[in-house]
Write a protein that binds this ligand. Structure first.
Ligand SMILES: [Zn+2]
Length: 339
């Protein structure tokens, strides 16, 4: 009765990632489930969903999760985050995962037999945050994995994990979702989103990014592009005015607002290059700003446009690593992008 009210997302219902899901399914069918997996790929594409789906699959009481929505007790508990044998460690808000976390949450528990399922599954989200000591402690667990345990590390930056950890995990690499899949998801799950076509293009194949692309994001995107286009190198006032407008948005936004500014400029440059080279309008992200994009891209050649990516990278590095003055860095950046 309860199961009917809960939306059970079976493995096949997770959108995209067909080869990855097929690989995992076949490891179950062939009874070759690894002790440890490393799921790597971009933010927000569904790595955790697949991990939880896989945990359901290997613990499913009536083996239905492979083909359809399954409402068995084990699947329902996993879906609700209440399965004592499926543990997800995300450590939200924590910059690093420390050795004590690994000892308390994994080392201590992994040697206990599963309570009521065939497998004990440990999912560590954002595994690249494990610091050196935590990774060393974790490695010991990987070297002597207890039977009936499965560890799934999820990361956007696999190379921040020690090679000795990576080599002991079965690697599953995830790609961004196709724009079409994101659009279908939005049309079905989030019909309120204003323009699914535009939002799916902006998402870069990430569902979480698509969901964050709201009215306010779209307004800011237009504002940042306006600021860039308004700069005239011969009129310093236009530069100061644009930087002031961007800083106002940064102050009003969250801590990641500066990253949003860089992201928007980066996609703008990428679009300009696409327009200049292949001219494929289908591949343009900022499809609704095509006129302005043509204006920007038309004034510059490809090598000039490509050169501007380094201006962007330098500005990002200066600000993130050296705590450089944001105002000065933005002035430099806008000047270089507007030449
Ligand atoms: Zn089930």
């Amino acid at each position: 009765m309860l199961a009917g009210k809960i939306k059970i997302m079976g493995f096949p219902q997770i959108i995209g990632h067909e080869p990855q899901k097929e690989f995992l399914l076949s490891s179950v069918r062939k009874n070759r489930i690894s002790h440890a997996y490393l799921f790597s790929g971009p933010e927000g594409v569904g790595k955790k969903l697949v991990a939880v789906g896989f945990a359901k699959l290997i613990n499913c009481a009536d083996e239905r999760a492979e083909d359809t929505d399954c409402g068995c007790a084990s699947c329902v508990k996993t879906e609700k985050g209440l399965n004592p044998d499926v543990l997800v460690f995300g450590y939200p808000g924590e910059k690093t995962i420390k050795v004590d976390n690994v000892r308390e949450d994994i080392e201590r528990l992994i040697h206990l037999a599963p309570y009521e399922n065939p497998y004990k599954v440990f999912i560590v989200d954002g595994a690249q945050r494990m610091n050196f000591n935590a990774q060393n402690a974790f490695l010991k667990t990987l070297e002597e994995p207890p039977p009936n345990s499965v560890i799934i590390l999820i990361t956007t930056l696999a190379d921040q994990l020690m090679p000795t950890i990576r080599s002991r995990c079965q690697s599953v690499v995830f790609q961004p979702l196709e724009t079409r899949k994101v659009r279908e998801f939005l049309e079905k799950e989030n019909p309120e989103s204003g323009d699914p076509e535009l939002v799916s293009r902006i998402s870069g194949g990430s569902i979480s990014r698509a969901l964050a692309t709201d009215e306010d994001y779209l307004r800011k995107r237009t504002e940042y592009i306006d600021c860039l286009m308004a700069v005239d190198g011969r009129k310093p006032l236009t530069l100061f005015d644009s930087v002031e407008r961007i800083q106002k948005e940064i102050k009003g936004g969250g801590p990641d607002e500066l990253k949003t500014v860089f992201d928007i400029f980066s996609v703008w440059l990428r679009d300009s290059v696409v327009l200049k080279t292949s001219g494929e309008k289908d591949e343009i992200v900022n499809a609704d700003l095509l006129e302005r994009l043509s204006e920007y891209s038309g004034k510059r050649n490809v090598s000039e446009l490509l050169g501007k990516f380094s201006a962007l990278e330098e500005a990002m590095t200066r600000i993130s690593e050296n705590n450089a003055n944001v105002e000065v860095s933005l002035e430099n950046l806008l000047l270089r992008l507007s030449v």
